[in-house]
Structures are given as structure tokens and as C-alpha cells.
Design a protein around this ligand. Structure first.
Ligand SMILES: NC(=O)c1ccc[n+]([C@@H]2O[C@H](COP(=O)([O-])OP(=O)(O)OC[C@H]3O[C@@H](n4cnc5c(N)ncnc54)[C@H](O)[C@@H]3O)[C@@H](O)[C@H]2O)c1
Length: 314
């Protein structure tokens, strides 16, 4: 008898969340989705999931969680744009701190057996440390988005220690792949470049283009989410490749894959973003049995192909 028969996925109409939903349904788990469709899309939704169009801030949300009593919660709903969080920290905190705390509270009261929170590795550390860094490095987020994610992690540790709700925090590197929307900071640089180049529109690089990120394919991230549910391990885990890739290198690779033949053009960098980032995921390898398997070139080819088929999507 499987331990988890029902799952609630917040943000299940979004990029990563919708792939998580698909993986759960493949495992014959009954899935409920809460999403306000602010950046998510109905087209991403698996038809076999039960969908509730609602915000996690909605007054109805705790009652709904109490009624559904899911065995496991995957919390992915969030305001995901680092730049928006810099412009409007209170708006970001409303969804990413208050919404998250309300959901955790409702889940603990409903007796949820495991709470899996999608946090950010890229936004958790400052430029003071040299990548790739492990979870042992002290979190030092420099943006309101990162501060909110860290707060969520700390509230979750409270829920586990005081209310006995086991948790896993997955601090993701920069995720890319099919269905990624065009909104949201560096997180979307691969989808932005792919879509813009396929549409034949000019593509700009922010800053010098020498800033690096750790790009992890969405299929690998979904595998980490499933292992987080299935394994008994709890705590914080990095989910990345450990490899740094510059924005300039991505521009060149996607330029070639799409055949766009664009010249590089630059706009000034934004505040609240680090120059370098990459995650050491040895802890996830040891305790969850997870390792990134998709090579960047293979993942990029799959992503560009998907954008070619879905070029008209916003
Ligand atoms: N994409 C990345 O590189 C990356 C990296 C690290 C962490 N994350 C985290 O992963 C999660 C999913 O991100 P994504 O890239 O799939 O983005 P996304 O925008 O596609 O997904 C977020 C989903 O949450 C929904 N949502 C937003 N606010 C909501 C609210 N108040 N109530 C209910 N639903 C709401 C959106 O409609 C959307 O479907 C987020 O928590 C994000 O912070 C993403």
C-alpha cells in the first residue's frame, strides 16, 4: 500500500508544478491543484487533476486544505520574479511569506504526512561565497525574494519540530525546460532567449553576460520532488548540476540551436542579483539518491524544440 495516495500541488498550473502534477498522476496518486493562474496556464494542467482556481491567500484556502486532507503537499505557488520583489518587497512577502505560512499552518492542522517546499538555491547566497556551495554555507539572501524563501524554510522547521509535520526543502538552481513562462528574472533566461530568437525578435543580454548560473533541467527537478516524497529524509537539499554557465554562453548555444544568427546586445544589470551561482548537491545524492542526469546541451535541444512547437505561447 503506497504511503501517499493524495497530493496537493500549489502552483500546479505553472511551469515546474505542472510537471510535478504529471509525475504524481503517473504514480496513480490523486492530485488536487490550487493555482490562481497569475502566471500559470490552464493549458499546462493535467486533465486528471482536480483544479481549484484560488490564491493561497484566499480566505477559503485553509478550509479547503482541511477538507481535502492531502497526504502530501508540494508547495510551488509563488511570486517568482526577483526584480518584482526588489520593486515591491511587501507584495512579494504577502504571497511568498504570508501565503506560505498560512498554507503550512493549514497543512499541519490537516495532518499532512510530508510537506515539500520549493525554495531557491540561486537566491539564497551572496557573492561572498565561491560556487558551487553546499547547504552548510550560511544562507545570506540579498533580494526580498530570497529573504521570503528563507523565511518559509524557517517556518517549516518550526512546523516539523513543534507540530511534527515532516518536511523537505528543495533549493532549486535555475530550472529550464518545456512550459516555462516568459515572466520572471534570470529563471526564465533560456525560455526568453529560445522564444525571442524563434520569433525572430531581438534578444538582449542584461549586464556583461558574464554572470553565471547553474541550469538544471525540469525533468531532473521533478525526479528530486518525487524522491523527496518517497524517501524518509527530511531537511534542506540543493538541487542543481554544480556547473556554472554564463548568460553569454547560453546566448551562443541558443542562437545556434534556433539558427537565429543574432548579434549580442546588452542592457544594464539589475539590482538584487548575484554575479555567480552554482549548487553542490552531494547531500541530495547521499540522502535522496538524486543526481542531475540531463546534460545542458540535451536539455537545451529539448527546450528549443518545444518552443518551436509552441512559439505562439506567451
Ligand atoms: N524556475 C526556476 O528556475 C526556479 C528556481 C528556484 C525556485 N523556483 C520556485 O519554483 C516554484 C515554481 O516556479 P515556476 O518557475 O514553475 O514558476 P511559475 O510562475 O510557472 O509557477 C508559479 C505558479 O504559482 C501560481 N501562483 C502564483 N501566485 C499564487 C497565489 N497567490 N496563489 C496560488 N497560485 C499562485 C502561478 O499562477 C503559477 O502557476 C516557485 O516557488 C519558484 O519560486 C523556481
Amino acid at each position: 500500500m503506497p504511503k501517499f495516495k493524495t497530493a496537493l500541488v500549489t502552483g500546479g498550473a505553472g511551469f515546474i508544478g505542472s510537471h510535478v502534477v504529471d509525475a504524481l498522476i503517473k504514480r496513480h496518486i490523486k492530485v488536487f491543484v490550487i493555482d490562481d493562474l497569475s502566471t500559470g496556464k490552464k493549458a499546462n494542467l493535467n486533465p486528471n487533476a482536480t483544479f481549484y482556481k484560488a490564491s493561497i491567500l484566499d480566505a477559503r484556502m485553509p478550509g479547503l486544505v482541511a477538507k481535502l486532507k492531502p497526504d502530501v503537499v508540494f508547495h510551488l505557488a509563488a511570486q517568482i520574479d526577483v526584480r518584482k520583489s526588489v520593486e515591491n518587497p511587501a507584495g512579494d512577502a504577502e504571497v511568498n511569506v504570508v501565503g506560505t505560512v498560512r498554507l503550512m499552518d493549514a497543512a499541519a492542522k490537516a495532518g499532512v504526512k510530508k510537506f515539500i517546499f520549493t525554495s531557491s538555491g540561486g537566491a539564497m547566497y551572496s557573492d561572498a561565497v565561491r560556487p558551487p556551495y553546499s547547504e552548510k554555507v550560511v544562507a545570506d539572501p540579498i533580494s526580498p525574494y530570497g529573504i521570503a524563501k528563507r523565511s518559509g524554510e524557517m517556518y517549516l522547521a518550526f512546523e516539523q519540530s513543534v507540530r511534527k509535520m515532516p518536511y523537505v526543502v528543495l533549493r532549486l538552481a535555475n530550472v529550464y525546460g518545456p512550459r516555462q513562462s516568459l515572466s520572471g528574472g534570470y529563471a526564465g533566461v533560456i525560455s526568453k532567449f529560445s522564444q525571442t530568437m524563434i520569433m525572430g525578435k531581438p534578444c538582449v543580454i542584461t549586464g556583461t553576460g558574464k554572470q553565471t548560473r547553474d541550469y538544471v533541467y525540469v525533468g531532473d527537478v521533478v525526479r528530486a520532488q518525487m524522491l523527496a516524497m518517497e524517501k524518509s529524509a527530511t531537511g534542506i537539499f540543493h538541487v542543481g548540476t554544480g556547473v556554472e554557465t554564463s548568460v553569454l554562453a547560453l546566448f551562443k548555444k541558443i542562437n545556434k540551436l534556433t539558427g537565429a544568427g543574432q548579434k549580442e546586445s546588452f542592457i544594464p544589470a539589475f539590482a538584487g542579483e548575484v554575479m555567480r551561482s552554482a549548487l553542490d548537491s552531494s547531500k541530495a545524492a547521499k540522502e535522496l539518491g538524486w543526481k542531475a542526469e540531463t546534460k545542458l546541451d540535451d536539455g537545451l535541444a529539448k527546450t528549443v524544440e518545444w518552443f518551436k512547437q509552441n512559439a505562439a505561447r506567451k
